[in-house]
Design a protein around this ligand. Structure first.
Ligand code: ATP
Ligand code: MG
Length: 250
């Protein structure tokens, strides 16, 4: 589904690369979490995938084809929810459809209402984002991301600003959506427990520049329950990931 082939990237004006010959791939339908230290370049990977940035060398493929020249192949939820305060919740969710310009106003409205129903925000459609709680804003931003209609979703720390209990229910909710829709999800988090709970596989960024990502399989199927997190394999994996990330501190 998504493939990096020997990608090298540095921000203009910086003389050291963030990524050097980085290769990895994500299969269709996988839920993959990406963990790594702050500043190691995780969000940059997303900006490269959605072409906000361009690699210095190497290529990025989606569905086997170079992303240059492709459109609407991924939905991106940036690190902050970035809902536009002057648009209602529904108008925010509708935005990707307006940009695509394929549907009539009536069709866009129907689609946005469906998406809001899916995330349980129908009654909030006409409110402004400021009137929503943090969890509701995240759900609205998620609905907007799904509205792109893309099979590949890039979610950058979508739950990090939420309180613990809201985060737990958002994780459960996201897994339900994923099991229903069979999208491919790449999810950035700092929270090792969240990574283990959600994903098929965890990618660990261990160094700067990133030259490779270690891939660790999560030894549990779906549906995931919180009880499964107490299984020895899951606890071990969590410790192993913490260890890997700590080692780089020293
Ligand atoms: N527009 C930019 N121009 C120059 N340097 C940048 C730019 N954006 C990010 N950087 C630098 O690139 C590095 C990686 O940034 P990035 O946002 O990808 O990190 P991250 O792994 O997502 O971090 P965090 O976990 O804190 O979100 C950082 O050192 C950052 O300062
Ligand atoms: Mg980031």
């Amino acid at each position: 589904m998504l493939q990096f082939n020997d990608v090298t990237f540095s921000y203009p004006g910086k003389n050291f690369p963030l990524m050097q010959d980085l290769s990895f791939q994500i299969k269709k339908g996988e839920f993959v979490c990406l963990v790594g230290h702050s500043g190691c370049g995780k969000s940059t990977i997303f900006r490269l995938v959605n072409q906000l940035l361009t690699p210095n060398q190497g290529e990025i493929l989606v569905n086997g084809k170079n992303i240059a020249g492709q459109k609407n192949y991924c939905g991106y939820m940036p690190q902050s929810d970035l809902l536009f305060p002057w648009r209602s919740v529904k108008e925010n969710v509708m935005l990707p459809l307006e940009i695509q310009g394929k549907l009539s106003a009536k069709e866009r409205n129907e689609k946005a209402e469906e998406a809001l129903q899916m995330v349980g925000l129908s009654e909030w459609a006409d409110k402004s984002p400021a009137e929503l709680s943090g969890g509701m804003r995240q759900r609205a931003a998620f609905a907007r991301t799904v509205m792109t209609g893309s099979d590949l979703l890039l979610l950058d720390e979508p739950f990090s600003a939420l309180d613990y209990l809201t985060r737990l229910s958002m994780r459960e909710w996201l897994l339900q959506q994923w099991e229903q829709d069979k999208k491919t999800i790449l999810f950035i988090t700092h929270d090792v427990e969240e990574a283990v709970y959600l994903s098929n596989r965890v990618l660990v960024a261990e160094e700067i520049p990133m030259t490779s990502l270690s891939s660790v399989e999560v030894p549990a199927g779906y549906p995931r329950t919180r009880e499964r997190m107490r299984e020895p394999g899951m606890l071990l994996l969590k410790e192993e990931l913490i260890d890997r990330l700590r080692r780089k501190d020293g």
